[in-house]
Write a protein that binds this ligand. Structure first.
Ligand SMILES: [Mn+2]
Length: 402
């Protein structure tokens, strides 16, 4: 059986909403022409509560998709939402759709409408001829809960089928900076392949001696350097274990770094302009360009003098231009950081400024003037736990303020 994996569509992603829609549609249409079934490991929607017109986009896409002549059909389903379609479009909610447990999230709504099968913490079995493939899904959950959750539900492959484990998490081996991220060894054993969403760039790896496949998103949302790779989906063949990446038409994304020393704003602006023009040339589609400016500005100038927003506006017909100046330092800014390090702003100690702000806010809010705002400030800014601080603050207010 040929299984397409299309992930992280992010319908309703504000900055590139039309791209999100067109690229999701194109990926799924193309997948339906090449595969017997499609898996969507999370983030169909960009927002927990998508607007009605974004839900319309999803309905338009999945209504047509579910009517296609698919090679396989759903023959078994253990999910609590009930089976409302036999079209082999199998999904889980991602972290972007996650809402309080027991409430219906947006992916579950599509499942209730019979537009796909939500296989959260459930197994969906599909059949083509006499071949059976089963998919166990685990929707995206908070990273610190994932190991516990897997231990609690203990996902198992289904005997007599080619078994797939589909999930949506950050993976430690690919992003080694948070101990809560799931490790390969934490994934349940015994499945024939592992499929994940969440990571927006393409990956493949080996888990328990089997393939882990991540197609990346169909639309650019994170503007990281590694998102420059092409967008698309994966088609996996259960017969020989081969797989390929199928590219879709997506808006070009290019990044460049501009390094300067003691640069005057005019010099910096012209460097940004020539780099932008170089990147625009030869592109038939308006590209997304991210310039990262690093180094230092000349004495007496600030990075605000670069007027990054005005530059972006100047090219708005030809490019979606973003200029990142977070790594650009200027002597003026440096002085301010030094002051902050010394605990002062304009020679007023920061703690005093904080108290003054709290006092003004309390006064504006019409709070009782007899409240000891210095004591309240000390409680709220103490190193004690949040709960303890709130409790102490409440005690103070009840005694002092009545
Ligand atoms: Mn995502």
């Amino acid at each position: 059986m040929k299984i397409a994996i299309v992930s992280d569509l992010h319908l309703g992603y504000e900055r590139f909403e039309e791209d999100a829609y067109l690229q999701a549609k194109s990926a799924l249409e193309s997948a339906s022409g090449m595969a017997d079934a499609v898996l969507i490991p999370g983030d169909i929607f960009d927002k927990r509560y998508p607007r009605p017109d974004v839900i319309s986009q999803a309905i338009n896409i999945f209504r047509e998709l579910s009517k296609k002549e698919w090679g396989a059909r759903i023959v078994g389903y253990t999910g609590s939402v009930g089976l409302h379609t036999h079209a082999p479009i199998i999904a889980i909610p991602g972290t972007h759709e996650r809402i309080a447990e027991g409430k219906d999230n947006a992916v579950r709504l599509l499942s209730l409408a019979g537009l796909l099968a939500d296989t959260s913490e459930a197994t969906t079995t599909i059949q083509k001829g006499d071949e059976l493939v089963s998919v166990f899904g685990l929707g995206g959950i908070a990273e610190e809960l994932v190991k516990e959750r897997i231990a609690a539900i203990s996902p198992k492959p289904t005997e007599g089928t080619f078994s797939i484990f589909m999930f949506h998490q950050s993976i430690y081996e690919m992003l080694p900076y948070n101990d809560n991220f799931i490790k390969y060894s934490d994934l349940p054993k015994g499945f024939d392949i592992y499929v994940s969403g969440h990571m927006h760039s393409r990956h493949d790896a080996e888990v328990h001696g089997k393939k882990l496949l991540i197609p990346g998103s169909t639309v650019l949302t994170q503007m990281k350097g590694d998102e420059q790779g092409s967008k698309g989906f994966i088609v996996f063949d259960t017969h020989d274990g081969s797989y390929k990446f199928v590219q879709i038409n997506s808006r070009p994304y290019v990044t460049a770094e501009i390094r300067v020393e003691n640069a005057k704003p005019s010099e910096l602006i012209s460097r940004c302009e020539s780099e932008t023009e170089r990147m625009i040339s030869g592109k038939s589609t308006k590209p997304i360009i991210r310039l990262k400016v690093t180094g230092t500005m000349a004495n007496g100038f600030d990075k605000a003098d670069l007027q990054a927003h005005a530059l972006a506006m100047k090219y708005s017909d030809k490019a979606f231009l973003t200029i990142d100046t977070s790594q650009l330092s200027s002597p003026g800014t440096e002085l301010m950081i030094d002051e902050l390090r010394d605990g002062k702003i304009d020679d007023i100690p920061i703690k005093e400024l904080g108290m003054l702000t709290l006092y003004k806010r309390l006064k504006d809010a019409g709070a009782d003037q007899t409240i000891s705002y210095t004591e309240l400030f000390n409680i709220l800014s103490s190193q004690a736990s949040k709960e303890k601080a709130v409790k102490s603050a409440a005690e103070l207010l009840l005694v002092d303020g009545g």
